[in-house]
Design a protein around this ligand. Structure first.
Ligand code: GLY
Length: 372
């Protein structure tokens, strides 16, 4: 990666201080969204976001060595495993849940139970693969032929499991799904659709569905962030240049459509002018961390464009969207959007935005125990 030109120790120090306060404020909650009152909710453990708060704690532990972060993070993978043994609604997002809990715990502490839990989750994810359509199934209930761009990020669990168990089956499945993302989700112009529907029996492509984006032909910005980052990871694990080019194509679309303050609207095609459309700071944070990944995968002269773009997004989040001035606020970033078409969690704080901001700032300070 090209040289990082600035000193990012100040935002990292602010995050560590903030994290110490969040420890007291959040306690045993499983935070997902915080509305205007600044109080994080307490979601059920099989909700897709359950890994992000412990993920923040593990990263803060890794960069500071402070035991309080490790102690608070320690039991999360066990809690998720317990939930998996009961009636539950786990699905394609077990990567988001087990990478920042079991996998990072094993990476940092060599805990053998954490390894077992990570592999258990990877087997669960692999079991969702539809051979006829070459995709990982999204959600449960009646959506048997649906796949979503978010799962591009969950592929890291499969790639990790292939290495951890020395079993290439996980890589075969991850690559097959990644190929489907390249063929069916990422358009020629680098924009991305959220949901693709296949016939679950024959695997036939049926069409795109808007989902959390404005419509089937729109450009949901967090979906773009998932694709940009997930494709960069697929390239890192496989060395296959088609994933690198896919990540770059999405990155170019993403960067070309950013507003003047570098933090995206929730959908780049939400409306003609985008005036008054809500932002999604979580898409900005996730994309920035993915851009840093891209920068590490390319020679300096090519990677620096992504590094500089990531720095711009992160500094805008740091200066314009963070809660530094609101000490009682339990979240880190403001102005995230969860599901605009459903009217859910618009202009709130979202724990995954906080996670990817912490992850990206840690990377700018040399942290490299990456799990995605
Ligand atoms: N994975 C669901 C979302 O991005 O909102």
């Amino acid at each position: 990666m090209d040289k990082i030109q600035h000193d990012y120790s100040e935002p990292l120090a602010m995050l560590v201080e903030k994290g110490e306060r969040m420890l007291l404020q959040i306690g045993h909650k499983s935070p997902h969204a915080a509305k205007a009152d600044g109080i994080y909710d307490d979601m059920r453990l099989d909700w897709w976001t359950a890994g992000f708060w412990p993920g923040i704690l593990w990263i803060l532990y890794d960069v500071t060595g402070k035991e309080q972060f490790k102690e608070a993070a320690w039991s999360w993978d066990e809690k998720l495993e317990s939930k998996m043994m009961q009636a539950n609604n786990f699905h394609h997002d077990v990567g988001f849940q087990f990478l920042p809990t079991a996998v990072i715990k094993h990476k940092l502490t060599a805990d053998s139970d954490a390894l077992r839990r990570g592999l258990f989750a990877a087997n669960f994810l692999a079991g969702r693969y539809n051979i006829a359509g070459r995709f990982l199934r999204a959600w449960n209930q009646d959506k048997r032929g649906w796949s979503i761009v978010d799962s591009t990020m969950n592929l890291s669990l499969l790639f990790w499991a292939a290495e951890a168990s020395d079993d290439p089956r996980f890589t075969h499945i991850a690559k097959a799904h990644a190929d489907t993302v390249v063929e069916r989700f990422i358009r020629e112009d680098g924009s991305v659709c959220h949901i693709v529907s296949f016939d679950p029996e024959t695997g036939e492509y049926l069409g795109a569905i808007g989902g959390q984006g404005a419509g089937p032909d729109s450009a949901w910005s967090r979906g773009a962030a998932w694709a940009l980052y997930g494709m960069a990871n697929a390239y890192r694990y496989t060395g296959d240049g088609k994933y690198l080019r896919a990540s770059q194509r999405v990155a170019h679309f993403f960067l070309a459509n950013l507003p003047s303050d570098d933090v995206p609207h929730w959908d780049f095609r939400a409306s003609e002018s985008l005036n008054g459309e809500p932002r999604d700071s979580s898409a900005g944070a996730c994309a920035a961390s993915g851009l840093l990944e891209l920068a590490t995968l390319l020679p300096d002269n090519e990677g620096s464009i992504y590094l500089r773009a990531a720095e711009r997004i992160l500094m805008s989040l740091h200066h314009n969207y963070a809660t530094w001035h609101l000490p009682t606020h339990e979240a880190i970033l403001l102005q995230a959007t969860g599901h605009r078409p459903a009217g859910e969690n618009v202009d709130v704080s979202l724990i995954y935005g906080d996670y990817f901001f912490v992850e990206a700032i840690a990377k700018l300070n040399g942290w490299n125990n990456r799990i995605f």
